[in-house]
Design a protein around this ligand. Structure first.
Ligand code: XMP
Length: 319
């Protein structure tokens, strides 16, 4: 795509000009936006960029390893893998209110990011994968879930607090253009096409209290569900799909024994921007096969339900 090729060249030129010989820090979430921003900036200034990847213990199966492998080993970026699972899960212990969980995660995220950023000598810039719609939204939006949606992502207020200037090379782009730029930069298609993943991660897919045991079960079930969706060629038709582990255990039978394990809910929606959504009309065969696989393959779950709520009146996430 020649347009994106030209955009890439111009963006690189501008980043070089803006940054000079100074150091840049970038919060890498593993999402498309921050990844494309990081790769673009790395192409412009190489080792003057350090990425900080905060692992809050609320990521999906294999996710942390994927991010580290891709950015550190494949792209040769300077990457700090901040493994802060103990800290986050410790602070979340016993908390069940959705907004309290979000606040705890958001605050710790900023603390941890700042702690690691402080170790980077001479950092003057903070890179963010802010898109054009974020620029508009932060000005015009009032009320509703969107306020919390963004509170975690763009480490709000942090640049001023740390005395950093912003580098935002995607500010003029829409999501599909960011994906095109990502392809232009050689990011794998499977990565670019990934469903959005919320900042608070699995915390909001584990309604009620979060425990390590529940998170482990959730990760396994989610991996089976996504595998099913990919195998049936449905991944790209869906905006977001995930499992929520329910805060309830139910009775079942398996072999000649009684089980008493968690129930889970499968969620899949189509959407254009996440503001409204329709539940995805899977076939009964798909749902039945997926339920069987999850119950057979995931220890700790003995009941699978499918969420047929659209947004509104539901939200996409369970919390
Ligand atoms: P809801 O659940 O509000 O989700 O219908 C709409 C979109 O926003 C994502 N989401 C979040 N993203 N921090 C985030 O970064 C959050 O606290 C948060 N809550 C929801 C959700 O995954 C969906 O794409």
């Amino acid at each position: 795509d020649w347009t994106m090729g030209a955009y890439r060249e111009e963006a690189i030129r501008q980043i070089k000009e803006q940054v000079g010989d100074k150091q840049v820090i970038c919060g890498l979430s593993g999402g498309v936006d921050s990844s494309v921003a990081a790769v673009l900036i790395h192409e412009a200034i190489g080792d003057q960029l350090t990425c900080v990847f905060v692992d809050h213990g609320l990521l999906r199966k294999g996710e942390a390893e994927e991010v580290v492998t891709m950015f550190r080993d494949h792209y040769n970026m300077r990457l700090i893998h901040a493994d802060e699972q103990e800290l986050f899960l410790g602070e979340l212990d016993g908390q069940s209110d959705p907004e309290t969980k979000r606040k705890i995660i958001g605050k710790l995220f900023i603390d941890v990011f700042q702690k690691h950023a402080d170790t980077i000598e001479g950092a003057e810039f903070l890179a963010q994968g802010t898109l054009y719609p974020d620029v508009i939204e932060s000005v015009s939006f009032s009320g509703g879930p969107s306020v919390t949606i963004k509170s975690h992502h763009n480490v709000g207020g942090l640049p001023e607090k740390m005395g950093l200037k912003l580098v935002e090379p995607l500010r003029e782009l829409f999501k599909d253009e960011v994906r095109a730029l990502g392809r232009e930069l050689g990011l794998p298609a499977s990565f670019i096409g990934r469903h959005p993943f919320p900042g608070p991660g699995l915390a909001i897919r584990c309604p009620g209290e979060i425990t390590r045991a529940k998170l482990d079960i959730l990760r396994e079930a989610d991996a089976v569900y996504i595998d099913q969706i990919r195998k049936h060629g449905l991944y790209d038709e869906i905006w977001q799909a995930f499992v929520a582990i329910l805060p309830v255990r139910t009775v079942g039978v398996m072999g000649d024994g009684r089980t008493y394990d968690y129930a889970c809910a499968l969620r899949a929606v189509t959407s254009v921007d996440g503001m409204t959504a329709d539940y995805y009309p899977f076939t009964h065969e798909f749902l039945g096969e997926t339920a069987t696989r999850i119950i057979n393959e995931v220890k700790g779950i003995n009941r699978v339900t499918y969420d047929v709520t659209s947004k509104p009146p539901g939200t996409i996430e369970w919390e």
